[in-house]
Ligand binder design. Structure first.
Ligand code: MG
Ligand code: ZN
Length: 197
């Protein structure tokens, strides 16, 4: 590990990358949002690691098997690849404290807004969380960002508009930027990275 650690862009999945549909318990429910592939490609072009961090308690609840989650992520990768984009890392929390499935039943340290997924990625991919960004559609994503030392960015896709109107006003944490969608978020992040070096 001679290289200096790098800043990354962490992305929430549901509501940020793909349409918010509740549990994605079938492949047919995964729909990439407009502009997402372009957003990821902009970051890829600049060699900024793009890392997806997602809570998937549907596994813990027994709503779908791990195989489906793999298929969903293959579909995501395939649709991104068609537009020349790729994800560099994918970190999943399958846990829930009241899980039906015993192997997933725990108070883990990775379910967002806990920071375990970001910390694991930082170690494995040599990332600098303090210079990183976390983009999501929920206040829990913003909370996770701030706790991990990263810059929080809210997108207005998924639950974003509702969270901004009804959850945000009761919260101390503010997003550093509010973007219409992931493409807007990526463009802002790229400008910020250029400005701060
Ligand atoms: Mg989300
Ligand atoms: Zn977990």
């Amino acid at each position: 590990m001679s290289d200096k650690s790098r800043p990354a862009v962490f992305l929430d999945r549901d509501g940020t990358i793909n349409e918010q549909m509740g549990y994605i318990n079938h492949l047919s429910r995964f729909h990439l949002l407009p502009g997402v592939a372009e957003a990821v490609r902009l970051l890829n072009d600049r060699q900024v690691p793009v890392v997806v961090v997602t809570n998937q308690s549907g596994l813990a609840r027994g709503y779908f098997p791990p195989e489906l989650l793999d298929e969903v992520h293959e579909k995501m990768a395939g649709q991104l690849a068609q537009k020349g984009a790729h994800i560099d890392g994918l970190y999943i929390c399958p846990h829930h404290p009241e899980a039906k499935e015993e192997q997933y039943r725990q108070e883990c340290c990775c379910r967002k807004p806990k920071t375990g997924l970001l910390e694991q990625a930082a170690v494995e991919m040599n990332l600098d969380l303090k210079r990183s960004f976390m983009v999501g559609d929920r206040w829990s994503d913003l909370k996770c960002a701030v706790r991990a030392g990263a810059t929080p960015v809210l997108v207005l896709t998924g639950y974003g508009r509702g969270d901004l109107q009804y959850i945000g006003p009761q919260q101390e944490i503010r997003p550093a930027y509010v973007a219409d969608d992931l493409l807007g978020a990526a463009r802002w992040i790229i400008r910020r990275m250029a400005a701060t070096g």
